[in-house]
Design a protein around this ligand. Structure first.
Ligand code: P6P
Length: 338
């Protein structure tokens, strides 16, 4: 069958009324920027891009050189196209407006330019996560509060995982689709259309080293998985933890599974580990469009009304049945506490 490139797919989606011209062009620009991030990331030690940048970000985290490079690539690529009113990034405290010399558009772009960057120096897959919102009517110089829209309002979401292959996964709210980069041609080629995640799974992803800090319902849920076929679930489970959300989510998009970054005593005061606006919400949109589920452990992630641009939340996402069981345990425990 003739390969379908990203640009051909986007034109098909426009004809189907799933996306407008401005949004499809924005996605093309973001995908092109991610190809440049892939080139920078793939250079490794010989490209002088490994190690710390010597700076910190709003999260109080030391930035890797590639965090800064990836952020700059996305800002530069999206400055002049005319599709955006502003960008927001994990690496920047405030939104970056589109420079006055360029035309502004009706969209807001949010991204984690290089998620999992603690894995870069050990050559483990990392990725870019992005989300597109509509800029509120009449707002020409968006501030942080204009980005604070629930995940259900996203117009598009996607990630690019820089692994053995460079793979883009994308949704406009009409299914979740995967594109693999053909490096020789430089095109993203459609490799899976309308992805469906199995509702059941035998594979979970969580950072077990936090186990003693979890809330009781999480201890119960994971304890049942670890008990295996002799326990209440009557089957054995396998565990994976890459510590790179994009890699863990892509495994789930590819073969099912469930991912947890729950509240624990260490991070409870911060609200969680992962960021709502540019990690949890885009991933939740992608997962739900592939037939999975995504909650905070207490409610649907996409319905959460954001209160801050860099707000953190607990994340339960993946195969629907396991997300529902774990979420039910938390809701039931809250109800019992009254
Ligand atoms: P931990 C990477 O820093 C990240 O934001 C996610 O990509 C990943 O799932 C998580 O943090 C890993 O956290 O506590 O295992 O290092």
């Amino acid at each position: 069958m003739k390969p379908i490139s990203l640009i051909q797919f986007l034109i098909e989606e426009r004809r189907a009324g799933h996306v407008n011209a401005e949004l499809s062009l924005l996605i093309e620009v973001v995908a092109r920027a991610c190809k440049r991030i892939a080139v920078a990331t793939n250079k490794g030690a010989i490209g002088g891009v490994l190690g710390e940048a010597g700076t910190g970000n709003i999260q109080g985290e030391a930035q890797k050189k590639l965090d800064v490079i990836s952020n700059e690539i996305l800002l530069e690529a999206n400055a002049w196209g005319g599709q955006l009113a502003a960008c927001a990034s994990e690496e920047m405290e405030d939104p970056q407006p589109i420079p006055d010399m360029y035309p502004k558009g009706n969209h807001l772009l949010l991204f984690d330019p290089l998620d999992g960057s603690s894995n870069i120096d050990v050559n483990i897959s990392v990725g870019t996560i992005f989300s597109v919102l509509r800029c509120p009517d009449g707002v020409t110089n968006p501030k942080a509060e204009h980005f604070l829209q629930a995940g259900t309002t996203q117009l598009a979401a996607g990630y690019v995982v820089y692994g053995p292959a460079t793979v883009l996964v994308l949704t406009f709210g009409h299914g979740t689709h995967e594109f693999t980069l053909d490096r020789e041609v430089g095109s993203f080629i459609l490799s899976r259309r309308d992805i469906r995640i199995p509702e059941e799974t035998g594979e979970f992803a969580i950072n077990m080293s936090n186990q003693r800090h979890w809330e009781a319902p999480m201890q119960r849920y994971i304890g049942e998985l670890l008990a295996g076929k002799d326990g209440p679930r009557g089957r054995d489970f396998n565990m994976r933890w890459v510590a790179s959300m994009v890699a863990d989510v892509h495994r789930i998009i590819t073969r099912g599974g469930v991912f947890f970054y729950p509240l624990d005593a260490k991070i409870k005061s911060k609200g969680g580990k992962l960021r709502l606006m540019y990690e949890a919400n885009p991933m939740a949109f992608i997962i739900e469009q592939a037939g999975g589920a995504a909650t905070t452990g207490r409610g649907r992630l996409l319905e959460l009304q954001p209160t801050g641009l860099h707000q953190r939340v607990p994340v339960f996402l993946g195969s629907k049945k396991e997300v529902e069981v774990a979420t039910h345990y938390h809701v039931e425990a809250d109800r019992a506490q009254g």
